[in-house]
Design a protein around this ligand. Structure first.
Ligand code: ADP
Ligand code: ZN
Ligand code: ZN
Length: 832
């Protein structure tokens, strides 16, 4: 029976909509579809709905014709004429939510660009690019635009008051489309359009004759001339010239630049960084395969007749990228869409240049650092099928493909495919396989060092396996020399500056570097994680400064001259007096990339050195240009962390140094050997890719470590054999599926009790599969104490959603207890 309320709200159309809200709610919500919206509501469209007095733009998941058992409110508006996602994306969201034990709302929030996600809390920003001519706007749009122009930002709830109508969201949607306003996500600043000054040459001087004419007839102002030459040089090297970069490189002043601008030779333009460049959509796959590549490529094609997933195991430098290219071409010609996944955005610059050579404007890049207008533009072009190929990191998986034919997962072993925080904590490689299945599309996983899981699947008939065992051009894999740094330490540096017998650069490495540099070659030095940066220790009492909020020692950063916590990003001034003993006898221990760079500048004064790590490379642009500059041999030595090892292709690198292999081999993690092998093999793979065999020097103390021996032999299969035996013995993946629960609370006792309670409760159903609880190595982060419970589910269980529900129920039971209400439980499925 219809209640009064119901009649007040709307007449019933006899239809309801199941709506996903972009929140961490355990479920979807159902709303009444008013008769006048019946025509417009479709799955995949956004609908404006109310929840607890707040408005949200949710995505319609399904249309129901059965009245739910509870009272439902009506949908207020439908925002899209065309669905913004297709059924396949909705199914991917649902699968991810179930498999990774999160909510569909969380997946939706991760999947959609900010501009699609409106709520009462949304802050709208005035788009400075918009100008102030609003004559083309409708009345309501005009009112909001004017208010935005004056106030620069408005909360959506304020707009609601401003308009006093029931159709606010459609108005906002139009303003976004007309680029009058931007959506700001308060938690995340990356959506701000970042603009910078670019310097460009007056097109009149693009003509070489015109240019040499002004240069030849130049009078006076020698500094301006120097500046112009510097500009031309930079422009040639990197195509685009940032004003700041130009002034820095040329040592010129802004006034001198203005001089050239006044003469109408150069121009300064404010431009959004990262604008997608438009390139003609041609296809030019104009290279020949080697025999080995041809065989591998044929084998991949044949495998797709039988199985949808194929693992291409090809040694570093074997030309896997070229194999991908020809395969992609086949799908493109069939009119299918192709997704090329990379573990990290950092890599896109080089790969995209390689791919654009072959596919021109057919291929686009998608990544989270793009501003939202661009992301939406690309989103829509993928949705309509206008863009056929996309290169991107894991979030590109969420794009609304229409006709997906192929997904390439390059460097499939890479841990960056797994999202850590926030939820959904998904692995894009694994999700890609599910997603492709929805289109009956194929997946090609590629790696020189496949993950144990993938290789297991490939050798157990689940995936096809294709091997490419030789480098392109027949060059041998690099020769690897292992240096025992303990021997070196005994002789060198009696001052013990680096403590515990650590040697930064051994004489052997130094000599090999000199040889490489003398031969006009380049060198890469790899130092694991920036956390290995120097820390301070009191030379008198041994006190090590720790973060006040986390149980970790602080890292000394030279650029800020402060102590940093890498877990919560707190910074502290460098200590002068030891709080424990009052002395001021501080020693710097260990060495990081900064310290190495410093040492190199001393040892190789004539050579140019660049450093690449999270601190030196802020933003994609800096990263790209550093790689480009290294490619162009503007630097001789590149020092870096993980960032330097991944899939990059450099011609002139003949030597790679791995400075501290011990650091790689000393993690308490069941994947430690696999990861260490992968890293060392990958970083070695940067040496000697063209023309001549390269060389790798690994510095270590435990030189007999089996993994080092395997790296020396480039013996992936040996590594796999060792690992798979251990995984079976200790019931780790691929034999089990792991769910890691991390409990957090500010009180140590509370979190300890909660963990005991939860573990006991879980054991009722999953007795044999529960490990712990135990405190993790870093047991306190951001003022919260942590406890972990590890669940090792048998494979069959792990894939089944039933057991995940069981686990969720036990977590909910715990949360239902008053004293544990404030304990948060983070669930991570298939941890990495
Ligand atoms: P991988 O990804 O397997 O490490 P790449 O695809 O980067 O290897 O290839 C290594 C180098 O060899 C690259 O510079 C690439 O351009 C070159 N190369 C590979 N295959 C060919 C080919 N068939 N023709 C010309 N150059 C090739
Ligand atoms: Zn002290
Ligand atoms: Zn901290």
């Amino acid at each position: 029976m219809a209640t009064n309320d119901n009649i007040l709200f709307s007449e019933s159309s006899g239809l309801w909509a199941e709506v996903i809200l972009p929140l961490a709610l355990p479920q979807t919500y159902t709303y009444t579809i008013p008769p006048d919206l019946v025509e417009k509501v479709r799955p995949g469209c956004r609908a404006e709905v109310e929840l607890k007095n707040k408005k949200y733009a949710g995505v319609v998941k399904a249309i129901l014709n059965k009245q739910p058992a509870y009272q439902t409110k009506p949908i207020s508006n439908v925002l899209d004429d065309e669905p913004i996602v297709y059924e396949q994306q909705l199914r991917l969201w649902q699968w991810m939510a179930q498999y990774y034990m999160c909510s569909e709302g969380e997946v939706m929030a991760a999947a959609l660009p900010a501009h699609f996600k409106l709520s009462s809390e949304t802050i709208l920003l005035y788009n400075e690019e918009a100008g102030d001519d609003f004559s083309h706007l409708g009345d309501d749009e005009f009112i909001v635009a004017e208010a935005l122009l004056i106030k620069k930002e408005l909360r959506l709830s304020e707009v609601q008051q401003l308009l006093d109508i029931n159709h606010v969201y459609p108005v906002i949607k139009k303003l976004i489309e007309k680029k009058i306003c931007l959506v700001w996500e308060s938690l995340d600043e990356r959506y701000k359009v970042k603009k910078e000054n670019y310097v460009i040459l007056n097109p009149a001087f693009k003509n070489e004759d015109e240019l040499s004419k002004i240069l030849n007839e130049w009078k006076g102002a020698p500094k301006q001339m120097e500046l112009l030459l510097a500009y031309l040089h930079l422009e040639k090297a990197s195509g685009e010239v940032l004003q700041t970069e130009l002034l820095k490189k040329s040592g010129a002043t802004a006034a001198q630049l203005k001089g050239l601008v006044d003469k109408n030779i150069l121009r300064v333009e404010k431009r959004a960084v990262d604008r997608i460049k438009t390139v003609a959509a041609n296809i030019a796959v104009d290279f020949e395969f080697s025999t080995a590549q041809q065989e591998a490529s044929d084998a991949v094609a044949r495998s797709f007749d039988k199985k949808n997933v194929c693992l291409l195991h090809g040694v570093t430098g074997s030309g896997k990228t070229q194999v991908y290219v020809k395969l992609m071409e086949q799908y493109l010609r069939k009119g299918k869409q192709v997704l090329y996944l990379l573990p990290e955005i950092a890599l896109t610059a080089q790969i995209i240049r390689r791919l654009q050579k072959h596919f021109g404007g057919n291929i686009a890049i998608y990544h989270s650092k793009f501003n939202d207008n661009e992301r939406i533009e690309l989103w829509n072009k993928i949705r309509t099928g206008e863009v056929k190929m996309v290169l991107g990191a894991r979030s590109a998986l969420f794009l609304p493909f229409k006709n997906l034919g192929l997904i390439i997962v390059d460097e499939e072993h890479d841990a960056s495919y797994k999202q850590q925080d926030p939820s959904p904590r998904y692995n894009a490689r694994d999700a890609a396989i599910y997603y492709a299945g929805l289109f009956n599309a194929q997946v090609l996983l590629g790696s020189a060092t496949p993950s144990v899981e993938s290789y297991f699947n490939a050798t157990n008939d689940k995936y096809a396996l294709v091997e490419l065992n030789e480098r392109f051009g027949g060059i041998n894999l690099p020769a690897i020399e292992i240096i025992d740094v303990r021997q070196v330490a005994k002789k060198a540096r009696p001052d013990g500056l680096f403590g515990r017998g650590k040697v930064m650069i051994s004489p052997q490495l130094k000599e090999a570097m000199q040889q490489a540099l003398d031969a006009d070659r380049q060198v890469i030095l790899f130092q694991n994680r920036r956390g290995y940066n120097p820390y301070l220790i009191c030379g008198t009492c041994g006190f090590i400064p720790q973060c006040e909020h986390c149980s970790v020692s602080l890292t000394l950063h030279k650029y800020s001259n402060k102590l940093h916590c890498h877990y919560c990003a707190s910074q502290y001034p460098k200590l002068i007096t030891c709080p424990a003993c009052g002395s001021n006898n501080w020693l710097e221990k260990n060495f990081g990339t900064e310290k190495i760079e410093e040492q190199l500048e001393e040892d190789f004064p004539k050579n140019k050195i660049a450093r690449m790590d999270v601190d030196s490379v802020r933003g994609k642009k800096a990263h790209d240009s550093l790689i480009q500059l290294f490619e162009q041999h503007r630097f001789d030595i590149l020092v870096g962390t993980q960032m330097v090892v991944k899939g990059l292709d450099f011609d002139k690198v003949s030597l790679v140094g791995i400075l501290d292999a011990d650091g790689l081999l000393s993690f308490a993690d069941f994947r430690v050997n696999e990861r260490a092998f992968q890293l060392m093999e990958q970083v070695s793979g940067r040496a000697g890719r063209k023309k001549e065999q390269g060389k790798v020097i690994i510095q270590a103390t435990n030189v007999k470590h089996p993994v080092l021996q395997l790296v020396q032999q480039h013996d992936y299969k040996g590594l796999y054999q060792n690992e798979i035996v251990n995984r079976a013995a200790f019931f780790y993946p691929p034999y089990s599926r792991i769910v890691l629960l991390t409990l957090k609370h500010k009180d140590k006792t509370v979190v300890g009790n909660a963990a005991d309670k939860l573990a006991a409760s879980l054991r009722q159903d999953l007795q044999d599969y529960i490990v712990g609880p135990a405190a993790p190595v870093i047991s306190r982060i951001r003022n919260k104490y942590l406890m972990e419970i590890l669940i090792k589910l048998p494979k069959e269980y792990g894939m089944s959603m039933t057991y995940k529900k069981v686990i969720r129920n036990h977590i909910n039971l715990l949360g239902g207890e008053k004293k544990y209400k404030a304990v948060s439980v983070v669930v991570d499925v298939d941890t990495n």
